[in-house]
Design a protein around this ligand. Structure first.
Ligand SMILES: Cc1ncc(COP(=O)(O)O)c(C=O)c1O
Length: 327
């Protein structure tokens, strides 16, 4: 009933914290029938030495959410700062002390039969312990999907619109049934767009290449983080440009990025080895850097992190200061 989650999990629904088991919508809800919702996915990583949980790039996620809600004319009535505070409050209420995943969802909430929509909308935020996801530690096997990536002028792929995920569901279901871990979708023009639920990077002659926002991709926040790490920490060139399908077969390295997959190496594509068929050195370095950054171990990227347990951190500081005064 509650997707394997504790039904007592405290979520935000109908403008108040409530138990997950109580957070229900009616069968005629517009979003359920027509896919008119916009969601987000935010990770939080537990940092044991600091006794702290950090939400990763929460501001960017909430900004993207609010902007994309605008495409469907859904208004989220809280500021980005208020949404961040609300997400942190929910994590604290649940007392999560481990990695988490937070799912905000805004949706057309009127109960009606027809497709025409009014201005009635609602939003919810569901925090949960981080679910198990694709294990990419040994590298993934990918395939090009027979399904094409949705066009911006049909359903904008840059928004995490619920209905648009049918596209990724069809592609990833096909990939998995054919024995692959993940699908790669091409645009109608035949260019590489992205994975079913992640962005894609290739490495050729030491340079990183990724399709631009205009190729119907979701403008991934992990993609952005990885581009920054590649440029600033590895001093690598990163180019956003259209990518041909056949470049998948001749590149040296390939990896996916996303909140859930993090930095996931691809070692085979369409039954061909990617480069040496092993996880490549650039991918391995970026994966390492990304993990360190989100775990709060890289000072230069601490601004990506939003601490949840500020009171705890403050208490620890105050306790340490008091101890220092005694010494
Ligand atoms: C279709 C799609 N592309 C890309 C991504 C990666 O985006 P982000 O790094 O912001 O999670 C996701 C996951 O959110 C996705 O669903």
């Amino acid at each position: 009933m509650t997707g394997g989650l504790d039904p007592e999990t405290i979520v935000f629904f109908e403008n108040r914290p409530t138990a997950l088991s109580e957070a229900r919508v009616g069968i005629l809800t517009h979003a359920l029938n027509f896919g008119t919702g916009v969601f987000e996915g935010i990770r939080g990583y537990w940092n044991e030495p600091e006794n702290q949980l950090f939400l990763i790039r929460a501001r960017e996620h909430f900004l993207r959410w609010k902007q994309n809600c605008g495409i469907l004319r859904i208004e989220v009535p809280l500021s980005i700062a208020e949404l961040g505070a609300l997400a942190a409050d929910l994590v604290r209420r649940n007392g999560f002390r481990g990695d988490v995943y937070i799912k905000p969802l805004a949706y057309k909430s009127s109960q009606q039969i027809g497709i025409h929509t009014d201005d009635q909308s609602a939003f919810a935020i569901v925090p949960m312990p981080a679910p198990a996801y694709l294990d990419s530690s040994k590298g993934l096997q990918a395939c090009v999907a027979s399904w094409r990536r949705i066009e911006d002028n049909a359903i904008p792929g840059r928004a995490k619109i619920c209905g648009s995920y049918v596209n990724g569901v069809l592609a990833s279901d096909e990939a998995r049934r054919n024995g692959f871990d993940e699908a790669i979708l091409l645009t109608e023009a035949g260019h590489v767009a992205e994975g079913a639920s992640c962005n894609i990077f290739l490495v050729r002659q030491g340079k990183l290449i990724t399709p631009p926002a205009s190729e119907n991709i979701l403008e991934g926040i992990t993609r952005d983080s990885v581009m920054e790490l590649a440029r600033k920490e590895l001093h690598r060139e990163v180019t956003e440009r259209p990518v041909d399908r056949s470049e998948l077969y001749v590149c040296d390295e390939m990896f996916f990025t996303g909140t859930m997959v993090e930095v996931a190496p691809v070692i085979r594509v369409d039954h061909r080895p990617v480069g040496s068929g092993q996880i490549g050195p650039v991918t391995a370095e970026l994966r390492h850097l990304y993990t360190h950054a989100v775990r709060g171990r890289l000072e230069a990227y601490r601004h990506w992190l939003m601490p949840v347990y500020e009171a705890v951190a403050k208490e620890v500081d105050e306790r340490d200061e008091a101890l220092a005064r005694k010494e």
